[in-house]
Design a protein around this ligand. Structure first.
Ligand code: NAP
Length: 204
């Protein structure tokens, strides 16, 4: 009897804040790769953002729960919030491999800009053994993804995939700037996230 494999998407990001572009990307990957579910994992303490001011993880986590709640295939995990120290993806994926077992294929979904830096990530060769990477590309973004794929040779061609996402015209940076300068963020974040941002006074 052939083994039935499970397919799980891991949506990794800082989500500061989560927006419609992230949600459309996750849903598109879910359908394209026939994923059983997508787990959103807000990065608690991103290793590449030590010099930058990032909103406290608890706010980003709550907004991610609010934004994903209505999709029955979407889940949110606090594993990076619960783990002390820097949020390395290798630790997160190892945790999920232990949790879900060997009959599961993992797809780590994130922005192409982040994946361009993959060669510098902690234990990246081990990581590529453990999961596929789906790089969501923004319109007009001249991606150097091909160089990254080449860098990893056969493993890169097998494991790194791209997905064009027109909705990623939206960016978290733009949303933070809009709030700061009093411009509308209506319809580019879910209504619940918009209310949360104003109630908590984020990004002023
Ligand atoms: P980032 O540098 O803030 O984002 C890079 C680009 O990707 C931005 O344009 C961003 O747009 C977009 N993006 C981020 N997450 C996305 C998603 N899930 N779907 C679509 N686009 C996305 O990257 P980041 O968000 O901090 O990190 C991305 C993931 O890579 C996180 O899970 C992080 O932990 C992981 N990472 C791990 C290591 C490591 O283990 N050493 C190093 C770097 C990153 P928005 O700003 O609009 O989201």
């Amino acid at each position: 009897m052939s083994e039935i494999r499970r397919k799980i998407g891991i949506m990794g990001g800082t989500f500061d804040p989560i927006h419609i572009g992230h949600l459309v990307t996750a849903e598109a990957v879910r359908i394209e790769y026939s994923l059983d579910k997508v787990i959103f994992i807000p990065a608690a303490n991103p290793p590449h953002k030590q010099e930058l001011q990032v909103t406290p993880a608890i706010h980003r986590y709550i907004m991610t729960i609010m934004a994903t709640y209505s999709n029955p295939y979407f889940y949110v995990s606090d594993i990076e919030l619960a783990r002390p120290g820097l949020s390395y993806t290798i630790d997160t994926v190892s945790h999920l491999v232990n949790q879900f077992g060997a009959q599961t294929d993992f797809y780590f979904i994130t922005g192409a800009d982040a994946i361009q830096d993959l060669p510098t990530w902690e234990k990246v060769d081990q990581l590529l053994e453990m999961c596929h990477f789906i790089a969501a590309t923004r319109p007009g973004c001249i991606s150097t993804l091909d160089n990254v794929i080449k860098h990893f040779g056969l493993q890169g061609r097998r494991r790194i995939h791209r997905l064009a996402t027109p909705e990623l015209e939206i960016s978290s940076t733009d949303i933070r700037e809009r709030v700061k300068t009093g411009r509308s963020i209506k319809y580019i974040v879910p209504e619940s996230v918009e209310s949360y941002i104003f109630k908590e006074g984020l990004y002023r």
